[in-house]
Design a protein around this ligand. Structure first.
Ligand SMILES: O=C[C@H](O)[C@H](O)COP(=O)(O)O
Ligand SMILES: C=C(OP(=O)(O)O)C(=O)O
Length: 392
């Protein structure tokens, strides 16, 4: 059909929504907040969690921040059962560890796959997003009532309006750390945010192809700079109206070393190189180590080895990193819950994560105990170093 021969109506049909199959209504954030409000006790859990996380990240609290939990949540009852045990342990270990439960509802995929409980709560391709948001909010509210602060990944840029008031720490994932939209979002978030290094190992062309050891960390360093600044961008309000949002910037941010396609990046030299990189960029050397993903080559049992390796050199790291006594290599990341991929249609095993395989809470606690020991060793090493300095 020649353009002259068609009506404006036909032309508009040809121009717009050519690949959209259907558009369904989405509940406005404020309606969900009305239906599922936060209690005072819940608010205290979130605020206290945020305050403690930020104190560790900024070096005002010498404990280790540990994010513990399954790769993804698909069953709220199992998450509650996990949280009840974790909250007990969190109380027991609070002198050394600041524990936040990993409650991930949004999964970034390398290509395609289940995108998490919000996107497809029934895991059958019906994408009941309104229900997913409701289940997610209800679960987070229950966790706050139990007194365990929650961690989430911010993948979608609208979903924070429904849930972010219930998070005490957030991550921007390896696949989105380089995205301007996610950096803008982080600049607005009311909690501390970690940016992951990229998934891919980079090569530098200087003057021939050589491996740039930690090239993908640059995107996380850039993200920290970007998120630290104020931004003006397009978003939605709690009432679900499109809006122009102006932010102040978020200075409670850090890098997460998650390994890459080339292999792990949690070793001493990687940590020191990342710290130097941050320092060179004029940023505080705040790091979190992800015991999973590229650091475990996606083999869940290796998460235990990563945790142990961190403990074995935590005292050394603390005393060897450049000068700032409040520098922050004190943030660790860890996941628990036995698992391997599954689909609801194939029948799911209790306590098994749908996405990446993870270690169980029973396997995680001994690692946490070792991390506690690492904290004590580090405290002793710092004390000895200070005493040496005073004597000299
Ligand atoms: O953390 C989970 C996965 O590593 C991430 O979502 C990517 O998964 P995929 O490579 O299986 O898509
Ligand atoms: C997807 C995740 O990690 P990454 O972005 O490092 O792949 C995750 O932590 O669930």
């Amino acid at each position: 059909m020649s353009p002259q021969a068609i009506s404006i109506r036909d032309a508009m049909d040809l121009l717009d929504d050519r690949r959209v199959k259907c558009v369904r209504p989405l509940i406005p954030p404020q309606i969900l907040h009305e239906e599922l409000p936060l209690s005072l006790r819940g608010a205290q859990t979130v605020l206290d969690g945020r305050r403690q996380v930020e104190a560790v990240i900024k070096g005002d609290d010498d404990r280790l921040l540990v994010i513990v939990g399954p790769c993804s949540v698909h069953d709220p009852d199992q998450a509650i059962a996990y949280a009840k045990k974790l909250v007990e342990y969190a109380k027991e270990s609070e002198e050394d560890l600041m524990i936040v439960m990993r409650v991930y509802f949004e999964k970034p995929r390398t290509t395609v796959g289940w995108k998490g409980l919000i996107n497809d709560p029934d895991m059958n391709g019906t994408f009941q997003i309104n229900r997913g948001l409701k289940i997610a909010r209800r679960l987070l509210l229950e966790l706050t009532e139990l007194g365990i602060p929650a961690a989430g990944e911010f993948l979608d840029v609208i979903s924070p309006q429904y849930l972010a008031d219930l998070n005490s720490w957030g991550a921007i994932g390896a696949r989105t750390t380089e995205s301007q939209v996610h950096r803008e979002l982080a600049s607005a978030l009311s909690m501390s945010v970690g940016f992951k290094n990229g998934t891919r190992f980079h090569f530098a062309l200087v003057p021939v192809l050589i491996p740039a050891q930690d090239g993908s960390i640059d995107i996380a360093v850039d993200a920290i700079k970007a998120a630290g600044s104020g931004h003006t961008f397009l978003s939605v309000t709690k009432q679900g109206l499109s809006a122009i949002v102006e932010t102040e910037g978020n200075n409670s941010t850090h890098v997460i070393l998650r390994g890459s396609s080339k292999g792990p990046n949690y070793a001493q030299e990687h940590v020191i190189a990342a710290g130097e990189k941050l320092k060179k960029a004029g940023l505080p050397a705040r790091l979190m180590i992800d015991c999973s993903h590229g650091n475990s080559s996606k083999q869940h049992q290796k998460q235990i080895e990563v945790g142990r390796d961190i403990v074995s050199r935590s005292a050394r790291l603390w005393t060897e990193l450049p000068d700032d006594p409040r520098r922050d290599d004190r943030v660790q990341h860890q996941r628990g819950q036995a698992g391997r991929p599954a689909r609801r249609s194939l029948g799911l095993k209790y306590g098994v994560s749908i996405t990446d395989a993870c270690i169980s809470l029973e396997q995680t606690i001994p690692v946490l105990e070792e991390l506690r020991e690492g904290v004590r060793q580090r405290r002793a090493a710092v004390k000895a170093k200070r005493a040496d300095g005073e004597a000299a």
